[in-house]
Design a protein around this ligand. Structure first.
Ligand SMILES: Cc1cc2nc3c(=O)[nH]c(=O)nc-3n(C[C@H](O)[C@H](O)[C@H](O)COP(=O)(O)OP(=O)(O)OC[C@H]3O[C@@H](n4cnc5c(N)ncnc54)[C@H](O)[C@@H]3O)c2cc1C
Length: 244
């Protein structure tokens, strides 16, 4: 672990409980689209670091993040109070499961399932033309509780004719989907809305965010024969949990 000192190039509150941070990329820091980094602050004598998915394309000028303010959390409320120019630290080592190259070759539809700030790595994936060029259709499904938590995606995502964004909003009316994502998959309403069916041969999927959503979607995909790559065997599903 090697900590790199850098600063906030831009901080923007994008929802009542989410901050968007553009961090100046320190020398010696590199990543691939879809990876997460350890980002944090010096709090008194203590260095407090947490994992955050990088929302910008690999090796961009800034290292971007969407960070939810977790009530009572040790670090995230402090991250949500950051201003332009504030000092932050990045660990030089990055990692993660959501690397497009890990998906089985082929497939024409890429499904991206993110809950809350679990949408962050998909902001990078959908901005990366090397990944987008591999698929005919990319369907981003964003699960949130309130509308306030999803507006920034529509505003900030890089638009593409092959990309559709579907919001599943569970605690407010008038959403395209008002039930939990796994339930909307199980009854087929999500696929109908997208106008695309999910099937092992032509679908690939990435899942990121809260473990409940991830498990529910993963179980559904497993019922279709879609699994994660393992021990050299190809897989169609990549998974990142924000906590266990
Ligand atoms: C690989 C990975 C990538 C991550 N990427 C992101 C990201 O891009 N954006 C982001 O906001 N968070 C992300 N997280 C979560 C992040 O690492 C922290 O757990 C979160 O910021 C809370 O830290 P804290 O110090 O405030 O809370 P702590 O005092 O450490 O408490 C942690 C607890 O907070 C809860 N928690 C964590 N994240 C959330 C959340 N988003 N919503 C509700 N409850 C939560 C869990 O119960 C967890 O056990 C990621 C986690 C992992 C493992």
């Amino acid at each position: 672990m090697s900590l790199l000192k850098t600063h906030v190039a831009k901080a923007e509150k994008v929802a009542s409980n989410v901050i968007y941070l553009q961090i100046a990329r320190p020398e010696g820091f590199s990543w691939r689209t879809g990876e997460f980094a350890m980002l944090g602050l010096k709090v008194g004598e203590e260095q407090v670091m947490r994992c955050y998915s990088i929302a910008s394309v690999g090796n961009s000028e800034t290292v971007d993040f969407f960070i939810a303010n977790v009530k009572g959390g040790q670090l995230s409320p402090k991250m949500n109070a950051l201003k332009d120019g504030d000092e932050v630290y990045l660990d030089s080592e990055v990692g993660g499961m959501l690397l497009a190259d890990r998906l089985e070759q082929g497939g024409k539809d890429l499904w991206l399932f993110g809950s809350g700030t679990g949408v962050a790595p998909f902001m990078a994936v959908t901005s990366d033309s090397a990944i987008m060029d591999r698929y005919e259709n990319v369907i981003l499904v964003h699960g949130v509780r309130t509308w306030d938590e999803t507006g920034y995606v529509a505003r900030m995502i890089r638009r593409s004719p092959k990309l559709q964004v579907i919001c599943a909003v569970t605690r407010e009316p008038n959403a395209m989907i008002t039930k939990r994502i796994p339930d909307a998959l199980a009854d087929g309403s999500l696929q109908s809305l997208a106008g695309i069916q999910i099937e092992k041969d032509h679908s690939r999927a990435m899942l990121c965010g809260n473990p409940g959503m991830v498990k529910g979607v993963r179980d559904y995909l497993k019922s279709l024969g879609m699994v994660s790559p393992r021990g050299g065997n190809p897989g169609q599903v990549l998974v990142e949990n924000f906590w266990i």
